[in-house]
Ligand binder design. Structure first.
Ligand SMILES: Nc1ncnc2c1ncn2[C@@H]1O[C@H](COP(=O)(O)OP(=O)(O)O)[C@@H](O)[C@H]1O
Ligand SMILES: [Mg+2]
Length: 245
């Protein structure tokens, strides 16, 4: 597929904080496809902190590609088709649910603060949260009653997404545990492809909290958020681990 891409036809349709999306303008056989370009830009605290993580685009493209392939093999349908360059992947073009699904196994970040527990406390069972995806509003947490009330999406689709998110948690927690890493929490986005709820977006250290099992050292974007140093090394470690999956 990479060879058959005519770059002259690429039309930018969206630039977000971490990625740029392109459509294949005028190509009938590619009308359901998107090209995603992964950037080095890094943001934190709802865009208040901005910076660059050198080669993050390459790391995140590689990690997402590996994890999407791995999840597909485990029966989790997702938008990934093919990695076509160091920073680009080809995916299906979905109608996104405007919701972020957050799965948490261990207290960290906003939840530790909200529930008044120490960072690192393991929950008795996973917590799943839904947030309305809106930079202006700071991605407020919502519940199922908001979905119909604000015409956000079909609640049945959100329920399917939640179920898939919990399955993904089982799969990724086991995989990373086997590789000496604890999956603390992560964010997923889903969309509809021909009425099917499908996993999309990215799965990377930008969207997951990962801790070393022995040292509890952070191996994710918290190193950037909190100025802990060795940011690139952390992403590279996750590239190395996921390239084996
Ligand atoms: N397969 C897909 N089809 C359509 N949109 C997608 C797909 N995967 C991810 N997206 C959307 O593309 C955007 C990705 O760019 P990103 O830089 O992460 O944006 P944002 O700053 O909005 O999070 C997100 O808004 C995400 O919802
Ligand atoms: Mg994003």
């Amino acid at each position: 597929m990479a060879e058959s891409i005519n770059r002259g036809n690429l039309k930018k349709i969206y630039e977000g904080k971490a990625k740029i999306l392109y459509e294949f303008s005028g190509e009938e056989d590619k009308k359901d496809l998107l090209l995603t370009y992964f950037k080095d830009d890094a943001t934190a605290f709802n865009g208040q902190k901005k910076g660059t993580i050198i080669k993050k685009g390459e790391y995140n493209n590689a990690i997402s590609a590996s994890l999407f392939k791995f999840l597909k093999n485990k029966g989790i349908n997702n938008h990934f088709i093919e990695k076509i360059s160091e920073r680009e992947m080809l995916t299906y073009h979905l109608k996104m649910l405007p919701i972020e699904f957050i799965v948490r196994n261990i207290a960290a970040g906003s939840l530790a603060k909200k529930m008044g527990v120490e960072e690192g406390v393991k929950f008795l069972s996973p917590v799943i949260e839904m947030c309305f995806k809106s930079d202006e509003l700071g991605d407020p947490m919502i519940n199922k009653s908001y979905l119909k009330a604000f015409d956000l999406c079909d609640p049945a689709d959100a329920s399917k997404a939640e179920k898939i998110a919990l399955e993904i948690n089982e799969i990724l927690s086991k995989f990373f545990d086997d590789n000496n890493i604890i999956v603390v929490d992560f964010k997923l986005e889903f969309g509809l492809y021909k009425n099917e709820v499908m996993l999309a977006d990215e799965i990377t250290p930008d969207t997951m909290r990962l801790w070393d099992k022995q040292t509890m050292e952070k191996v994710d974007k918290d190193r950037f958020r909190r100025d802990l140093g060795k940011v690139e090394e952390a992403y590279q470690r996750i590239v190395d681990i996921t390239s084996q999956c």
